[in-house]
Write a protein that binds this ligand. Structure first.
Ligand code: LMR
Length: 361
């Protein structure tokens, strides 16, 4: 994963991710055995003399690494090798993410954002969030932006247009071979992608399976998981959520019942990015083919969730905090102090503290 990290850090240092006027302090976590290569990465970062890079720290202590972090990228997972199924990674990696969730909860900055890149990303996000009692599920995102970029690239190539002219391609569900890359709402230069491409057989056939299997194709070709494209997608994801974008972005987020998907899964849906946060795009019409594809990837996520149940605290109920957050927001919008206090009572401790300080200022 060092290659992913190097790309991300270079982008960080040069302001591509959080803005050209945002100084950054990097805190890099590695296992004890990985410290020597990490030192090499840190030297390269120093040698880059990035004007925005205030400091770089390396540690193998999770709490030190996540201490006061505003953005955390969880890229460290046992990478999939050729011939390995993603399910083989489940148990090994989910345990790592439970520890990371605990450390984030104890030490990260209030309101921090976490992007899970290490596979199986969606279920790792669920495990990390479930083990972070003082954080909200909304703070955890599983990355499907790489799949979106792949799909947009393929659509642009097929239509013979520039990739910047393609938007509203959606990735539903799991970052895996069951994901559903959906172009029924996509546009090319403002026109419906389906009307431009005029090849429904390809759009529901080869295109879908190519996007689904692209990760495995990269692994087969280079003998290792994608690195540069994964890093680029992580940068795009964080940048668009933080700085805002007029394009939709697919993100694996807590399933809140929209589109009939519940069950506390981290399921990829289209999100709008107005800046500083994301909101789910709801109410899109779903045709029969899409509904079938969306259910298939949901079923895989349900199976993954059930396989890591032992890592979810028994009190964990991912659906509750989101409703509480909505209640808080409504009370806030109504400027009703009594309701704000009531709604914040059952929220994680760091949010109660933030609400209290906001009310008294
Ligand atoms: C990718 O999509 O390139 C990777 O997530 C594939 C993998 O399983 O490592």
């Amino acid at each position: 994963m060092h290659l992913v990290l190097v790309h991300v850090f270079l982008a960080h240092g040069s302001g591509e991710m959080l803005g050209k006027d945002q100084p950054v302090r990097l805190q890099l976590i590695e296992t004890k055995q990985g410290m020597s290569p990490l030192k090499g990465v840190m030297m390269e970062l120093e040698d880059g003399a990035f004007p925005l890079l205030e400091s770089v720290k390396g540690t193998s202590d999770l709490e030190e690494g996540f201490g006061d972090a505003n953005f955390s990228l969880l890229v460290g997972a046992m990478p999939r090798k050729q011939g390995m199924e993603r399910s083989d990674l489940l148990s090994a990696n989910a345990a790592i993410f439970a520890d990371q969730g605990k450390a984030l909860s104890a030490t990260a900055a209030p309101g921090s954002r976490v992007l899970i890149v290490g596979n199986p990303a969606n279920t790792n996000a669920l495990v990390a969030a479930a083990n972070a009692p003082d954080m909200l599920p909304e703070q955890f995102m599983a990355m499907t932006r790489l799949d979106q970029s792949r799909a947009e690239g393929m659509i642009a190539e097929k239509a013979g247009v520039d990739v910047k002219d393609v938007d509203r391609v959606i990735i539903w569900g799991n970052h895996s071979a069951t994901q559903y890359p959906d172009v029924s709402h996509a546009r090319i230069g403002g026109r419906w992608a389906k009307d431009v491409i005029k090849d429904d057989k390809w759009l529901t056939g080869d295109f879908v399976s190519k996007v689904q299997k692209r990760g495995a194709e990269v692994i087969a070709a280079r003998g290792a998981s994608s690195a540069a494209s994964a890093a680029s997608a992580a940068i795009d994801n964080i940048r668009d959520v933080h700085l805002g974008s007029d394009k939709w972005q697919s993100i694996g987020v807590l399933s809140d019942g929209s589109y009939g998907i519940g069950g506390g899964l981290w399921y990829s849906v289209p999100c709008a990015c107005p800046g500083l946060h994301y909101t789910r795009v709801k109410g899109l019409p779903i045709d029969a083919y899409s509904a079938k594809m969306m259910s298939a990837t949901e079923a895989e996520l349900v199976a993954e969730r059930d396989a890591v149940r032992h890592l979810l605290p028994s009190s964990y109920d991912a659906g509750v905090p989101l409703q509480k957050l909505v209640a808080l927001k409504e009370a806030w919008d109504a400027n009703d102090k009594a309701r704000i206090q009531e709604a914040s009572k059952s929220l994680p401790a760091q949010f109660q503290a933030a609400v209290k300080s906001a009310l008294s200022s």
